[in-house]
Design a protein around this ligand. Structure first.
Ligand SMILES: Cc1cc2nc3c(=O)[nH]c(=O)nc-3n(C[C@H](O)[C@H](O)[C@H](O)COP(=O)(O)O)c2cc1C
Length: 202
């Protein structure tokens, strides 16, 4: 089995729900399995420390997860039209992987959740692609052959899956949002396996 990393930050659970749906899409592809990981919150107080293991949910990511996996789905809530600081902080710690090209040639996708419908899903998704491009990753989106892109009245974009959660994160993931997240997971896994099984592709 080949692992595909689904790496996310989620404060209130909406991005986590999308991550789980993408993971279920990955797991539907024979030969692929999702490796779900999260990142810890960051503190503005440098002395503050937290336990190494989260109170619930998947473990925190280690850098070796990036090296070992054949593809990456990266998710963050939208914060002022951009990714949340904990995810950016984690990415800023990947200098060794950048220098060694550990991620170069691997496929990747991005996903997000927002409080408001037009509050920056696309800007967040596009900005999350930037560090992945610096790493040499092959960034993927969703094609309009996915019917949900035309019918959604919430999230779901060609730049990647998304969820409109409302200001209090009370809105459940819609059928279209879920279908697009699952489709993204399958598309990522199929591509990752093809690349991993093609000698010299990376
Ligand atoms: C500091 C901060 C900034 C935010 N900025 C935005 C924003 O720019 N646009 C938006 O629609 N929602 C914004 N939100 C709302 C979150 O994106 C939304 O609640 C999201 O669904 C949370 O995801 P989570 O449940 O995975 O933590 C912001 C929330 C916080 C705490």
């Amino acid at each position: 089995m080949s692992d595909i990393l689904v790496l996310y930050y989620s404060r209130h659970g909406s991005t986590r729900r999308l991550a789980e749906l993408i993971a279920s899409g990955i797991d539907r592809v024979p030969g692929a399995q999702a490796r779900l990981r999260t990142v810890p919150p960051v503190s503005t107080v440098c002395e503050a420390t937290a336990p190494d293991i989260p109170a619930d949910g998947p473990p925190y990511a280690e850098l070796r997860d990036l090296r070992e996996c054949i593809g990456l789905a990266l998710g963050s809530p939208t914060r002022f039209g951009n990714m949340a600081a904990p995810m950016k902080y984690f990415l800023d710690g990947t200098i060794a992987e950048w220098l060694s090209g550990a991620l170069s040639g691997k496929p990747a996708c991005v996903f997000t959740s927002t409080g408001s419908l037009h509050g920056g899903q696309e800007t967040t998704l596009l900005s999350m692609m930037l560090p992945l491009l610096h790493h040499g990753m092959l960034v993927m989106g969703l094609p309009y052959s996915e019917a949900g892109l035309m019918t959604t009245s919430g999230g779901g974009t060609p730049y990647g899956p998304s969820h409109h959660a409302m200001g209090d994160n009370s809105r459940a993931v819609s059928d279209d949002e879920a279908a697009l997240a699952i489709a993204m997971g399958k598309r990522l896994a199929e591509t990752a396996l093809r690349l991993a099984n093609t000698p010299g592709a990376r």
